[in-house]
Design a protein around this ligand. Structure first.
Ligand code: NAD
Length: 354
């Protein structure tokens, strides 16, 4: 374990799904953190509405900077002005289906953007050791599993999609900056997240939104693809644990030990919706399920071995899936204005990545 005390944290991509939850996490759970700076380009996936209450509640500890992680001069200014000692790097193009339709943005933000951020940190920090660059990555860098086995931190990288290959490249850059320039870094590779503020192009919010509108629920292929699901606040607590205690230069897998076939998950979601908000036009939400053409290159199964972070750093997920999913459904039902504005202005649930 290497102890680190973050004071002035730069969170990139803080207006997106996980970033919004992480900004909240640090401000609310860590009063000793002096400042959280959120740098976000506000692509289709980011929204300032996500953090309006936080901006009002913490005017002296929270700052939003609208900008791109590829902007070298802006990064330099931010590090100097806010005396950044910790980076939590989340800004990315994050949706596999969009990466199939248009890979270029993924290469620019995920690879070149990470490079610019590493350079900015290295140039500002020089040889300091009381600093930390934490890179938030995905388990998708490991490719696909068969029916058995788990991804460990030693699993060979074997990414399938333009998204996962760009994230794999960014992981390699982070580790190279550690080995070559001694930059103090940690990396986490996490399984699928779910929870409040997730953009409704991803499976769980898309299904909730479509079910609420009593529209067809499209499930890719035969629905047997398996994902390991983690509640977003548990991901945030894992990131915070790694930033505070993780070993310099080490990678940690994060997962919920919580594997679900897509179709089983959609069944559970329909059953919870049935209980929380019974449908008006069909008897059962399950009647809305339709199988659609599979995603090209669709990985069959992801499953995480999170032994390292559990044993070395004492992290554990706190929520059972049924509980987390119920909380998430209730959040989306209570915040239908949030989903509705996205549906009207940004994305109305059409098929991507054919
Ligand atoms: P998201 O798409 O919801 O948010 C990404 C944010 O990054 C958005 O606010 C967007 O405006 C911002 N952004 C994009 N390009 C930018 C740029 N060039 N400069 C500055 N900001 C930019 O993504 P998310 O689901 O919150 O994922 C966050 C991170 O976590 C990503 O790096 C992703 O690879 C990783 N991750 C996500 C999951 C998951 O299940 N969602 C799982 C594991 C890892």
């Amino acid at each position: 374990m290497d102890k680190h005390l973050p004071r002035n944290i730069l969170i990139t991509g803080g207006a997106g799904f996980i970033g919004t939850n992480l900004v909240r996490y640090f401000l609310e759970k860590h009063p000793e953190v002096k400042q959280v700076i959120n740098l976000d380009a506000l692509t289709y996936a980011g929204s300032l509405n996500n953090l309006q209450d936080i901006a009002e509640k913490y005017p002296s500890r929270y700052t939003f900077v609208h900008g791109n992680i590829c902007d070298r001069e802006l990064l330099k200014k931010i590090f100097i002005q806010y005396e950044i000692d910790t980076v939590a790097h989340l800004a990315a193009e994050s949706h596999v289906d969009r990466s199939i339709d248009g890979p270029r943005d993924f290469l620019e933000t995920n690879i070149l953007g990470t490079y610019e951020l590493l350079q900015a940190a290295k140039n500002y920090w020089q040889d300091r050791t009381d600093v930390r660059f934490h890179h938030v990555s995905t388990d998708e860098v490991y490719g696909s599993l068969g029916d058995s086995g788990l991804f460990t931190e030693e699993t060979k990288y074997d990414p399938s999609s333009p998204y996962s290959s760009s994230k794999a490249a960014s992981d390699h850059l982070v580790m190279a900056w550690h080995r070559t320039y001694n930059l103090p870094v940690t990396i986490s590779n996490c399984s699928n997240n779910y929870g409040a503020y997730q953009f409704p192009e991803k499976l769980i919010p898309l299904m909730i939104q479509k079910a609420e509108a009593e529209e067809k629920l499209p499930v890719y292929g035969n629905g047997t693809n398996v994902r390991d699901w983690l509640y977003v606040e548990d991901h945030c607590s894992a990131i915070s644990t790694i930033i505070h205690k993780g070993c310099n230069g080490r990678t940690y897998n994060i997962g919920g030990c919580n594997e679900w076939q897509n179709i089983e998950l959609v069944h559970l979601l329909c059953d919870l919706m049935q209980e929380l908000r019974p449908p008006k036009t069909v008897k059962n939400y399950r009647d809305l399920i339709t199988f659609v053409k599979d995603r090209p290159g669709h990985d069959q199964r992801y499953a995480i071995d999170a032994t390292r972070i559990q044993n070395e750093l004492g992290w554990q997920p706190s929520l059972k899936f049924e509980e987390g999913l119920k909380k998430t459904i209730l959040w989306y039902l209570d915040n239908s204005d949030w989903s509705e504005s996205i549906r009207k202005e940004k994305y109305s649930g059409e098929r991507l990545g054919k």
